[in-house]
Ligand binder design. Structure first.
Ligand SMILES: NC(=O)c1ccc[n+]([C@@H]2O[C@H](COP(=O)([O-])OP(=O)(O)OC[C@H]3O[C@@H](n4cnc5c(N)ncnc54)[C@H](O)[C@@H]3O)[C@@H](O)[C@H]2O)c1
Length: 433
């Protein structure tokens, strides 16, 4: 008997990661096919044209059309299509309503990170889950790369003793980073800001490694690369900023976008995703977006000091305009240290010497642990995540607790919100227990 799923948000992520493998199309080149156990029965998305084109152009021959519903038709969708579970992969600010609606109907919910965009919405989800027959899984897929599973095992097995200090220096490259400022993510009302949209990945990862939750946050940050005052904004003589095609021809970030939103960067035309589907609702063709627009209101640089209940401290930095993408990590403890670097350049070339973790006992010889990177999205994370969701928890998942709960999703959102609030209000933010 196949489990029936509704997808809220026919997004790039929703299509490549969940819908594709359910309809027998592998979105990340792994050849995965979950159509024997999972059936996509409906899509909830305001973009009727996008869903119509999905049905006409992406569904394999013989697959019945997937029913389309607007977000305000959730109850009718449940009544008419009888799903077993909801997958939420819409813009972040819309997650809360879909999750709560799913729980209200007693359905299991799988939601993309960040679970929601505000602490208030996280509370709504936790309250709804308490009285629902359904439960919530948050797809914090950054837990899944084998490198991160290995670090979890090292800490669990006492390789550093009691963790005291984590340094995570994260960079998002000029291509990926700029793309956030050309999409809905650039507005706090839609993404919660990048400390919620993106940093929830990183805070959740460290919390999971430490088996702990953040309690206090102090942060500084701002916008140094994007927005109207960007130092990279091309201007004509006299300082007047270029716009439209004149801008795109001179804009270093537009050049770096080639390959992600090639059409939009080159011509300002309607954007399409990896399957060639347009975003008619979200990005109307007449709307010309640039990384220098006035409406951008999220930060592009954060440095945060995050205290954990158990006494460890996370020193965390992230920027969204770097020559390479990835991170440097050091985890220090009472009895040793773990260190690794992961990343690649914007053209996909890996950084040198990144296929390893170094473990240094405080009073012993260092050892190097190689880390294989299996195929599939996000360094092999996504196929393992899908196995947990569509087949059942793997042995590694059961051993390490790879699947994130609603409470863990809420903890990460609380830290992400605290980061931007700490910056805005120039104060230490205590997180509610
Ligand atoms: N875990 C990861 O590695 C990862 C990677 C990328 C994105 N994501 C997450 O996936 C989600 C989708 O992001 P994306 O960049 O792929 O999105 P996207 O911009 O590609 O697509 C968003 C889709 O949602 C639709 N939409 C808008 N409002 C809606 C609503 N109220 N209800 C339902 N659908 C609505 C839009 O029409 C569009 O089809 C986000 O939550 C994002 O944070 C996670």
């Amino acid at each position: 008997m196949r489990r029936r799923y509704v997808l809220c948000g026919l997004s790039r992520r929703g299509l490549t990661t969940y819908a594709g493998p359910m309809i027998g199309i592998s979105g990340d080149g792994t050849g995965e096919d979950h159509s024997a156990t999972a059936q996509l029965v409906a899509v909830v998305d305001p973009d009727r044209d996008r869903v119509r084109q999905f049905n006409e152009r992406v569904l394999p021959a013989g697959h019945p059309p997937v029913a389309w519903y607007r977000p305000d038709e959730f109850a009718a969708m449940v009544e008419q299509t009888q799903p077993d579970a909801v997958i939420v992969a819409s813009p972040d600010h819309t997650h809360a309503d879909h999750i709560v609606a799913g729980l209200h109907h007693g359905l299991d919910v799988i939601t993309e990170k960040p679970m929601v965009t505000t602490v208030a919405d996280a509370q709504r989800v936790l309250t709804a889950e308490r009285t629902s027959a359904g439960s919530v899984v948050v797809t914090h897929n950054l837990r899944y790369p084998l490198r991160h599973q290995q670090i979890k095992r090292l800490i669990r097995d006492g390789a550093v003793g009691t963790p005291t200090y984590v340094l995570l220096e994260y960079h998002v490259d000029i291509r990926h980073g700029a793309s956030y400022f050309l999409r809905w993510n650039r507005r706090r009302e839609f993404s919660g800001g990048l400390s919620v949209h993106k940093s929830t990945h990183h805070v959740d990862l460290v919390s999971w490694w430490l088996d702990d939750a953040p309690v206090r946050v102090y942060a500084v940050g701002g916008r140094h690369y994007y927005g109207p005052d960007s130092p990279h904004r091309p201007r004509a003589a006299g300082g007047v900023p270029y716009v439209g095609d004149q801008l795109r021809r001179r804009d270093p970030y537009a050049q770096a976008q080639a390959g992600i939103f090639a059409d939009a960067a080159a011509t300002g035309a309607a954007r399409t995703d990896d399957f060639g589907l347009p975003y008619t609702y979200q990005y109307p063709p007449e709307r010309d977006l640039s990384p220098y627009d006035d409406e951008i209101d999220v930060e592009d640089t954060y440095t945060a000091l995050i205290s954990y209940a158990g006494g460890a401290t996370l020193v965390y930095t992230i920027d969204f305009s770097s020559p390479w993408e990835g991170y440097r990590l050091v985890i220090n403890g009472t009895h040793g240290q773990v260190e690794t670097t992961a990343g690649r350049f914007p053209d996909g070339t890996p950084l040198p010497d990144t296929q390893q973790i170094v473990h240094r006992p405080l009073f012993g010889a260092a050892r190097t642990i190689p880390v294989p990177v299996p195929p599939g999205g996000h360094d092999g994370a996504d196929p393992q995540l899908r196995h947990d969701l569509f087949v059942g928890p793997s042995a590694a998942s059961a051993e390490l607790g790879l699947i994130a709960t609603a409470q863990q999703g809420a903890d990460a959102v609380a830290a992400g919100e605290a980061i931007w609030r700490s910056i805005a209000e120039q104060r230490v933010v205590e997180l509610a227990p």
